[in-house]
Design a protein around this ligand. Structure first.
Ligand SMILES: [Zn+2]
Length: 313
């Protein structure tokens, strides 16, 4: 990898697949003209979240190495096999990459990907992991961790989720190394795509200004930015068709407890199988679904935060 200012692209080998192809991770390195911190961006940790790779692509295109202090190391597609299958987990071993860090260089494909990503992240100062809702769900918040809280505030989401990082996630591993880390959860479900991409790119550049990696005054966080500490995933116990009253345009709304968010219907008999209601007074909508989507038992139906315990950031 070059140390003179510019943008290079490298292939980092992972393993040989049984079909004879070499699995490698594509790593972009933007080296700034001035010294400074190193930030790592990950996209596509989950293969059903295409906004992560695209946010990385668009944000990289906005960076002029002559203006950059430090280095951006970006892996736009952290899990190529999951991306190929449009799936959250890696098809060949069924593993969720974001629960297997630090991985294992002698393990299954996903364990090896995690181990290679650790080698890429090691020694960095900051990490942003770009996620979204999956194929059918739209989401909007970022995690708030220490170290890394200044990035979450600058990223500009109205909802910051203060919570222990998930064991085995890239973020959890980075935080253990003392690397400041934030997770972006923006968009998904094929809804309001450019709105969320614009928000992600603007937030990422504002993070770089906050870290003094790019010149210019950072934009202050939105006035309504608040911290949520209780976030519940509403997972239907049955599969079927989720008929939703709350789509992407309702995210951030405060909804009275007991309000019906959606109903699971049988597409065979048309019976109502389950009703999903707002559990908190009030419930802040964080993850939503459009009017009609298929759902598996245990999938993310909605996510809501407890509005009573939300505090201004
Ligand atoms: Zn994800």
């Amino acid at each position: 990898m070059s140390t003179s200012p510019g943008h290079t692209v490298d292939q980092v080998p992972v393993t040989t697949l049984p079909d004879g192809h070499q699995l490698a991770l594509t790593v972009h390195t933007v080296t700034g003209a001035a010294p400074g911190p190193r930030i790592v961006w990950l996209g596509g940790v989950h293969g059903d979240e295409p906004l992560g790779p695209e946010t990385v692509r668009r944000a990289l295109a906005e960076i002029d190495p002559a203006q950059l202090s430090g280095t951006v190391t970006a892996v736009p597609v952290a899990n190529p096999l999951a991306l190929q299958a449009l799936s959250r987990n890696t098809p060949v071993d069924g593993i969720n990459l974001n629960r297997i860090f630090p991985g294992n260089r002698g393990g299954s494909v996903t364990e090896q990907i995690a181990a290679v990503l650790c080698e890429i992240i090691a020694g960095a100062d900051h990490l942003i992991d770009f996620h979204s809702g999956g194929n059918f769900a739209t989401v909007e918040y970022s995690y708030l961790h220490e170290p890394g809280a200044e990035m979450s505030r600058a990223y500009g989401c109205s909802l910051l989720y203060q919570h222990a990082s998930y064991v085995g996630s890239a973020t959890d591993w980075a935080l253990q190394q003392g690397i400041g880390a934030m997770v972006s959860e923006l968009g998904g479900g094929g809804q309001r795509i450019d709105h969320y991409l614009d928000k992600g790119v603007a937030g990422t550049l504002n993070v770089l200004r906050t870290l003094k990696m790019l010149p210019g005054e950072p934009t202050p966080p939105p006035a309504d930015q608040s911290i949520i500490t209780t976030l519940r995933i509403l997972q239907p116990a049955v599969g079927g068709v989720l008929q939703s009253d709350y789509g992407a345009d309702r995210i951030g709304e405060r909804i009275p407890q007991g309000t019906v968010l959606g109903r699971i219907l049988s597409p065979y008999t048309f019976e109502e199988l389950e009703v999903l209601t707002a559990p908190f007074e009030p419930s802040i909508l964080v993850l939503a679904r459009e009017s009609v989507t298929n759902v598996l038992p245990g999938e993310y139906g909605y996510m809501v935060a407890d509005g009573a315990t939300a505090t201004p950031a």
